[in-house]
Structure formats: C-alpha cells, structure tokens
Design a protein around this ligand. Structure first.
Ligand SMILES: [Zn+2]
Length: 239
C-alpha cells in the first residue's frame, strides 16, 4: 500500500481536495500548498496544479499588457514588402481581409478567430475572472467567465501564428525586402505576454478561488448521523 492510500481512506479527506488527473483519471488528494509548490499525478506524472500566492497580480498585469500590445499591433504598420519596384504595406487585420478578398472566406474566418478575436476575447474574460478574485467581490458572470476562459484557451494559437510568420518571413527575404513595423514587434510582445498570462493561470487554484468567493463559509463535509442519537430522536417523536 502506498503512503497516500491510508490518507485517501481517511475521513479527513474532503471531496473538494480530490482531483482527477486529466490524462489518466487517477484521483489525487491535493494537500495544503505553499508558494511554488506543484503537484503531479503519481500514476503518469501529469502536472495537476501549482500554487502561487501572487498569481492574481501576475495574471492581471500580463492581461493588461496583452490588451495594450494587442491594440498597438492592430493599429500600427505590421510590415512593408518591397519587390520589383512596388511597395506593399501590411497590417495585422489586413491578413484575414486579404484571404477574404481572394475568395477564401472560411480561411479568413479561421485566421481572424485564432490569432485575433479569440485571444482578445480570452484576455478580456481572464480580467473578468481575476479582477473580482483579486478584489474579493463575487459577480454574476464569474462562473460563466471562468468556464469560457478554459474553453477558449484551447483555440488560441498566437504562438503557432508567430512561428509560422517568422518562418514565412525568412523565406520571403530571398524574394523581397522586408521592413518590420511597430505592429510586428507589438504582436511579438503580445504573443509573449499572452503566453506568460496563460502559464500563470492554474485551473484548480482558479476554480477553488471562484468556489470560495461564490460560496463563502466553512467547507467541511457533514459527519454521518450518530445512530444512537438518531434512534433516540425517532423514539422521542413517536412517544
Ligand atoms: Zn495521471
């Protein structure tokens, strides 16, 4: 028997302290954590949670930085291409627009969604969750926003787009002169800040904080009724 099994069998373990591994469904009891402590699945070593006492401040700071850089990236010149005497100025919103104008509306929708709309929406939702958590004030939209944060996160492909863009630019350098604009560097900063923001969001800690805020009070399981007391009470009612 492993050292954890007697602990799991103990009545002191609460249901909310158990977490199922997303990789293998193995149940793990999460102990009280200190800053920087991480818990991994004992069966497959999948990371389960990591506690950071200043996570709210860091996530909010990265989210605000992400939004500022997103606005700059979308309103500034992204890059300029010079070839055969002509010059083309490209902007970030112009990328999906170019696909649409060339008769590829589905591709235009996908590109605009995964690199622009969803990352922007995700960052807004992160603020809608973490600002109330930081302030300790429950809101009507807190649970819905929390659900959407983790659903949309899987569809944000900022890093994939950035890598594909750099590879494309390296190839294009042999055919055209490329001048990178402020919008390009702002998008690089946006992608880095967005990635750092996501890396500081811990699913378990986030939902525990939401639960504590929406359901204040002691979080202990009710003990089973004492058979003797229960019998005495029944008899007293019957007499
Ligand atoms: Zn596992």
């Amino acid at each position: 028997m492993s050292p954890e099994e007697p602990m799991l069998a103990s009545a002191a373990i609460r249901h909310e302290d158990l977490i199922a591994c997303p990789s293998c469904d193995n149940l793990t009891a999460i102990p009280a954590l200190q800053h920087g402590d991480a818990v991994f699945c004992r069966h497959c070593n999948h990371p389960l949670t990591q506690y950071q006492h200043n996570a709210y401040d860091q996530v909010i700071a990265y989210a605000v930085t992400t939004l500022i850089l997103f606005v700059i990236a979308n309103t500034s010149a992204f890059l300029t291409l010079q070839a055969t005497g002509s010059e083309n100025l490209m902007t970030l919103p112009g990328a999906p627009l170019a696909f649409y104008e060339r008769g590829m509306p589905v591709l235009a929708f996908i590109v605009s969604s995964v690199i622009l709309t969803l990352p922007f929406l995700h960052t807004l939702l992160v603020l809608l969750v973490y600002v109330p958590l930081k302030l300790g004030k429950p809101t009507a939209w807190l649970i819905l926003s929390g659900r959407l944060v983790f659903i949309i996160a899987a569809w944000c492909m900022v890093d994939v787009f950035l890598i594909a863009l750099v590879v494309s630019l390296v190839k294009l350098r042999t055919m055209a002169t490329i001048t990178l604009g402020i919008g390009f560097w702002a998008y690089v900063g946006f992608a880095i800040s967005f990635t750092l923001m996501i890396s500081h969001i811990d699913r378990l800690q986030c939902w525990r904080a939401i639960d504590a805020l929406m359901n204040p009070g002691p979080r202990t399981l009710k003990p089973p009724p004492d058979p003797l007391t229960h019998t005495q009470a029944t008899e007293a009612k019957g007499s």
